[in-house]
Design a protein around this ligand. Structure first.
Ligand code: HEC
Ligand code: HEC
Length: 200
């Protein structure tokens, strides 16, 4: 009797987080359907190359960026107007919502350009002191909960972010990326963005 009661209690505890999760995802879907879909699509597929692909991006990273847009730590004319009323729970839910989506693929890149990009991505540039991107973002650019996934991102978005890290227009936690982006030439920015966009 005692044993059965105990087992039922355990089941209840185990079921709770999953139930909360489903409700969170439903809330996230409502928010995305209300506004985010216009630019990021219902499945995190960007409507234009200027908008980042969110499908497959890490939940924690997404939640942190949304919070930074809200506090103004990360400046964006477009995103600052989208996040004003989001609670921390909704930001986390939106992160999980997009993380579960499977990222789509980009078109082919110019092979010569991508070859230069691959070198920078995997080896860096020892002559100008650029560390390889893989040393932080992982061998396939899949990132970690704290480090964004880069694989398959829109090339134009990547280029823009590297430029903004360099000029410090993107200045939320940019110490590392500023020191890297400021040493990349224009060709290297284009090449590495192009190569990363082909990774799956
Ligand atoms: C009108 C278009 C538009 C809408 C609507 C929009 N976004 Fe964005 N979003 C952008 C742009 C543009 C950027 C790139 C930031 C920049 O450079 O200004 C961005 C960036 C982001 C990023 C950062 C991605 C990264 O890789 O760092 C997240 C996360 C995000 N948006 C989530 C959302 C969510 C969630 C919503 C709905 C609440 C939303 N966006 C609505 C255009 C939009
Ligand atoms: C020492 C670690 C480190 C190295 C090496 C590194 N990065 Fe990053 N990168 C980061 C961190 C940390 C962030 C997230 C900043 C934040 O939280 O806003 C980031 C963010 C980015 C972003 C923004 C992604 C988005 O979704 O908005 C891009 C693009 C990027 N890195 C490209 C590169 C490229 C290209 C290289 C190689 C030339 C590189 N990184 C090397 C640590 C690193």
């Amino acid at each position: 009797m005692k044993g059965r009661f105990f087992a039922a209690g355990l089941l209840l505890v185990a079921a709770l987080p999953a139930a909360v999760h489903a409700a969170d995802l439903k809330r996230a879907e409502e928010i995305v359907g209300g506004r985010c879909f216009l630019c990021h699509g219902m499945d995190g597929e960007a409507a234009s190359a200027l908008y980042p692909r969110l499908a497959g991006q890490h939940a924690e990273y997404i939640a942190k960026q949304l919070s930074d847009f809200k506090t103004g730590k990360r400046k964006s004319d477009t995103m600052s107007g989208m996040v004003g009323d989001l609670t921390p729970e909704e930001m986390k839910a939106l992160g999980s919502f997009f993380e579960q989506k499977k990222p789509g693929r980009n078109g082919r890149a110019d092979a010569d350009l991508a070859a230069v990009g691959r070198y920078i991505f995997t080896r860096g540039n020892q002559y100008s002191g650029v560390a390889s991107c893989t040393s932080c973002h992982g061998p396939q650019g899949h990132g970690t909960p704290q480090l964004p996934r880069l694989a398959g991102q829109q090339p134009l978005y990547l280029e823009n972010q590297l430029k903004q890290f360099n000029t410090r227009e993107r200045n939320n936690d940019n110490a590392v990326m500023h020191s890297i982006a400021s040493k990349l030439t224009e060709l290297e920015v284009k090449a590495v963005s192009s190569y990363i966009s082909t990774l799956e």
